[in-house]
Design a protein around this ligand. Structure first.
Ligand SMILES: C=C(O[C@@H]1C=C(C(=O)O)C=C[C@H]1O)C(=O)O
Length: 357
């Protein structure tokens, strides 16, 4: 076939795709009307996951799973925006990994608000300035982002969904001589993810490591100050026009970060592949066995606990803790309902949502 005839065929398929997408949009609009009359939320991550799984399982063509996801997540986001424009805040400035995570769920059509701190993202959702807020919660090599964990206790928000993305860091600076660098900016947890590179490259040099609110803020600072550097995403380095001196400087090439999509009120229907996040403030943790019994109540009902994080209660001079827990399953599952009823005064549900890939 000639180039021209191949392109003619592509044009014909695009025409069909456009017709089909418009037909799809008409159905989405009707769903939107039903939701409005029932006063329920537009965004249904569990339904979107169901569609992705179905398409993936029946796919026999050239598109792989990641390609199907990229295309359809954008279709969903466009559909939702035509039903109701979505406003989404994230830990900025632009180009942060949180920005990438936000775009992976909310696509190109949502209205984004880059905020300077994790706290301000929580507050923007709390006050209704945005419907959704995106914050990092943990990295698979370096553990949790404490600020997010503590704000989950302090604020009364819900987890609507999670997103996980691979994280690769660049070392961006305007100077080519490492010995000239006086300050290196990044987020605290990002320094730790690149500790090997930093130890190897800056041993014996005088650079000061300065933690800032986000990796894109680091890029912005490195753009303003010639003798400094940033550990940031390639996108941030490009966006703020800071030359990249080294690429992929993270300790592990399987480095991944998990982000939460926060909303004020949000309830997902069970999808069959959910996880649940809870907060526990147990009474009498001074008595022997209180924590063990609590954990045992999950085990006794066959619930797989996947995470427990202790954080200080900050009640005076004591060393007492509250716990953030995650388990498999949905809060509507009878077993989990049972545990929550048993500990009704001590446990708060943050959300049940589709487990990320
Ligand atoms: C159309 C719906 O609303 C939204 C858009 C979806 C879509 O484009 O398929 C799927 C789930 C929702 O996030 C729905 O709930 O079915």
């Amino acid at each position: 076939m000639t180039l021209e005839s191949l392109r003619n065929n592509i044009d014909a398929l695009d025409d069909q795709l456009l017709t089909l997408l418009n037909q799809r949009m008409e159905l989405v609009r009707k769903v939107g009307e039903l939701k409005r009359s029932a006063n329920t939320v537009i965004y249904r991550p569990e339904r979107e996951k169901q569609i992705l799984d179905r398409l993936h399982s029946q796919n026999t063509g050239l598109l792989n799973q990641a390609a199907i996801e990229a295309i359809f997540l954008e279709i969903f986001a466009v559909s939702r925006n035509l039903e109701l424009p979505e406003r989404v805040s994230y830990l900025g400035p632009e180009g942060s990994f949180t920005h990438q995570a936000a775009e992976s769920r909310f696509g190109a059509m949502s209205a984004y608000m880059a905020l300077p701190t994790i706290r301000s993202v929580f507050e923007s959702v709390e006050t209704g300035r945005v419907r959704f807020g995106v914050v990092p919660i943990e990295n698979n090599q370096e553990g949790v982002v404490n600020e997010t964990i503590d704000l989950l206790l302090e604020k009364d928000l819900r987890i609507a969904a999670e997103a996980q993305i691979p994280v690769h860091f660049t070392f961006a600076t305007q100077t080519e001589n490492l010995a000239e660098i006086t300050h290196i900016y990044s987020k605290d947890i990002a320094f730790r993810q690149c500790s090997r590179f930093l130890n190897d490259s800056f041993d014996g040099l005088n650079a000061e490591f300065v933690p800032v609110e986000s990796t894109s803020k680091a890029a912005k600072l490195a753009a303003q100050q010639p003798k400094t550097a940033a550990i940031c995403s390639q996108i941030a380095a490009k966006l703020f026009d800071v030359p990249v001196l080294f690429d992929n400087i993270e300790n592990s090439d399987l480095n991944r970060t998990r982000f939460l999509i926060l909303a004020k009120e949000f309830v997902n229907q069970p999808s069959g592949n959910d996880k649940t996040t809870l907060i526990a403030r147990l009474a009498n943790t001074q008595s022997p066995g209180v924590l063990a019994e609590f954990l045992q109540s999950f085990n006794a009902r066959g619930i797989n606990l996947t995470k427990i994080e202790s954080r200080p209660l900050r009640d005076g001079a004591t060393f007492r803790y509250w716990f953030l827990l995650e388990c498999e399953g949905h809060a509507d599952d009878p077993a989990l309902r049972d545990v929550m009823a048993q500990y009704a005064n001590e446990v708060k549900l943050l959300g049940s949502y589709v487990r990320g890939a």
